[in-house]
Design a protein around this ligand. Sequence first.
Ligand code: AGP
Length: 632
Amino acid sequence: MCGIVGYIGTRPASDILMEGLQKLEYRGYDSAGVATVLEGELHCVRAKGKLQNLAEKIEGQENPARLGIGHTRWATHGKPEEHNAHPHTDTYRRIAVVQNGIIENYRELRATLKEKGHEFRSDTDTEVIPHLIAEHLKHLTAAGAIEADPFFEAVRLSVKQLEGAFALAVINADYPDDLIVVRQQAPLIIGLGQGEFFCASDTPAIVPHTRAVLPLENGELARLTPTGVEVYTFEGDRLKKRPFSLNWNPIMVEKQGFKHFMLKEIYEQPGVVRTGLETYLDTAWTSDRATKPVHLGLPDNVLDDLEQVQIVACGTSWHASLVGQYLIEQLAGIPTRVQYASEFRYSPSPLTRHTLTIGVTQSGETADTLAALEMEQARRAEAADSALMPRMLGITNRPESSLSRLVPHIIDTHAGIEIGVAATKTFTAQVMAFYFLALDLAYRRQTLTPEAIEQLIEDLRLLPAQIESVLESQERYIEELAHNFSDTQDFIYLGRGINFPIALEGALKLKEISYIHAEGYPAGEMKHGPIALLDAKVPVVAIAMPGNVYEKVLSNAQEAKARDAQLIGVVPMNDEEAEFTFDSLLPVPVVDELLSPVLTVIPLQLLAYHIAARRGLDVDQPRNLAKSVTVE
Ligand code: AGP
């Protein structure tokens, strides 16, 4: 995905654009650019690489322009080079466009426009847009356009020709009072200030200036002028839309003294868990009370009489869903299947009348997950069975995102915005959402006794303090331990049962930010192949927590030790057997095995963080990644 920002108002646009891009850099960071309109001319500056390179290029340039757009890119079409960086312009460099998404029919459009004499300078799909707008504008003005704003009309006609998912911001040197923005399957919000207006692909770029926002819906475009905002459909019908006030604090998007956002977000986890407990659980619930223990705000026709649950997600959200699968099956006894969203789209499991489909996505904008849910929505509508439609649910950290249009119900994970590209606190918040859901289902189906529910609630309430104790006791040691792995090339992570997904998540965190090859396996599977990889150069991280697989994991760890692997154990505190088995210990408080993932993931997040930081890597913006992947 990419980051878009735009400004029209009374202040120098350039500063606001650069500040906005800095807040959006987590969305893409392989090149960046800004374009402004000043005294009838378009000024466009672009740079390959991090935003800092662009900042250095424009430093010292006096630019009082009051209108401009900016972009930070995550490459899809065309390598991350300056000539592919946005904004893109038309042949005469009068119109500038920034885009987030993919224009699927760009090849046909490009060929037609080239035949008409348009000169292309990049390898991107986006570049067709300014040329197409210029072409329409030429015809409209030649025909003596009767429209009040031919530029706006040219943009409207152009977007109707585009196929794909995209959000745009467009300016024109000949129309210094127009900033035009478009949304089609990619997020775009407008910020309303006093005599100034903003647009961005995400709220962090807008909150320092205003909390009054107007999100565009798919198939809408808006004209921002110094005096107001007009929203239209792609058909040209004017819409009346109400802004709403964001419940956000600009401080939420600052590092607050931490070296990286990722570390700050790791440390926010006790608070995130507390918020989840306070929001959804009756923490004073006791077995003799007749009221419900969990309050998810979901109607009975979503959760009652379920035969199966199917979950779709990607990446870390998929790992949280695997934990969710264990919880729903173990606590509520409902068969549950977790599928990669990108696979589900093309091979969905059979639908029964009593299937609940859950989409899990922290950003609510991941293209694969949205497409899977869209397909699910369509197949449910086709079945024309009114009982099917309500049984779709989203678990997300961004309830205002595109996800909300695809599912009738949402569980908000309330983790606060996550800026680090590697998900940490949103993972924990998703896992918490699954505890609440599984408990609600267990209560409804009476698969747990009231006493067992009371005990689980009691144990859940202890988690925030237990995470705090892991952070306090472990961080310094893990930082030291990380020194040992500066040159390591491969890691193996092992876990079983409910901690198998944590092994996957620990390995993913390490890969993402340290670029060390890491694989997660169910510990019992190691002997069926991966064991061939082991020698003294391959450290093995095993999660061994008390429960029905504890002894098994210890045996699997021994098997690795016998092949000279260096063993690191995420283990219960003060456990002699673990001390005997592992070379390095990452102890966590002893909890019920079902609750242990919330604790065992913490040292693994810290381990990945410190290894990457030790290697001097850009922890918050790892290479090739973007915070949410809004393309297929
Ligand atoms: C997590 O560290 C990754 N950056 C990535 O796997 C992510 O979880 C995945 O792209 C899904 O994102 P979503 O939760 O926003 O849908």
